[in-house]
Design a protein around this ligand. Structure first.
Ligand SMILES: Cc1cc2nc3c(=O)[nH]c(=O)nc-3n(C[C@H](O)[C@H](O)[C@H](O)COP(=O)(O)OP(=O)(O)OC[C@H]3O[C@@H](n4cnc5c(N)ncnc54)[C@H](O)[C@@H]3O)c2cc1C
Length: 192
């Protein structure tokens, strides 16, 4: 927990269609010079580094012209603007990039091969990245059930049905996590 990374993938017009991203990087000597903006970047305001997707070949088919860079968040030209959610938290931010210089040595994978690197990254998210949330949900549900038993609400069949349904959903998520782990083991350690 000594170093925090954020994920600079999504853009205002590149969400579900991530490969439509337009943040542009061109080579200048040993650096990429980057201009564009990212959105929904979780924990950007506390991150030390960003996994940044940039377009290095605007002429190539959209999945082919993308590169993956490790960008220090304190580089000149990086501006982070937190977004407040309805629940009041500011875990997300917009990140604006204005002629930010990142060394070519910070690229992971080949130039224009960033989509493949991204799919490896995302396979971890589809694997076990959210196991903490599943554990927390199951614990909170247990506490809610205990409270319902203590205060008499448990006698209401509607309450029991809703808690039972949630319990089934969380158990399913937990089984899915276990299944992901054993699948990854049997396929040589690749998650997702
Ligand atoms: C909790 C959370 C944390 C996140 N953290 C990060 C982060 O750290 N870094 C980052 O880069 N991104 C992050 N994101 C963004 C996320 O990964 C997605 O990129 C983003 O939520 C989807 O894009 P959008 O919101 O622009 O929705 P859109 O792509 O605009 O989609 C809006 C709606 O249209 C539907 N839709 C879209 N395309 C089609 C289609 N072709 N056909 C039919 N329906 C369609 C979608 O299903 C959706 O219902 C985060 C999102 C969440 C919820």
């Amino acid at each position: 927990g000594e170093e925090v990374w954020c994920q600079g993938f999504s853009e205002p017009d590149a969400g579900s269609d991530l490969a439509a991203l337009r943040t542009r990087a061109y080579r200048d000597g040993d650096d990429y010079v980057i201009t564009g903006s990212k959105i929904w970047t979780s924990h950007a305001e506390v991150a030390d580094w960003c996994e940044l997707l940039v377009r290095t070949d605007p002429g190539a088919p959209k999945h082919r012209g993308i590169s993956w860079l490790a960008m220090p968040m304190d580089a000149p030209g990086v501006t982070v603007r937190p977004l407040r959610t309805l629940a009041g938290s500011t875990e997300f931010a917009e990140v604006f990039l204005d002629e930010v210089r990142v060394p070519v040595a910070n690229r992971v994978g080949e130039e224009n091969d960033g989509w493949r690197v991204t799919m490896v990254t995302l396979s971890f998210e589809r694997g076990t990245a959210f196991v903490g949330e599943v554990v927390a949900c199951r614990r909170v549900l247990g506490e809610v059930a205990e409270e319902a038993r203590a205060n008499g609400r448990w006698d209401d069949p509607g309450v029991r049905r809703r808690l039972g349904r949630l319990n089934a959903e969380f158990r399913t998520l937990w089984r899915l996590t276990q299944w992901n782990v054993s699948e990854a083991e049997s396929s040589g350690g690749v998650p997702g």
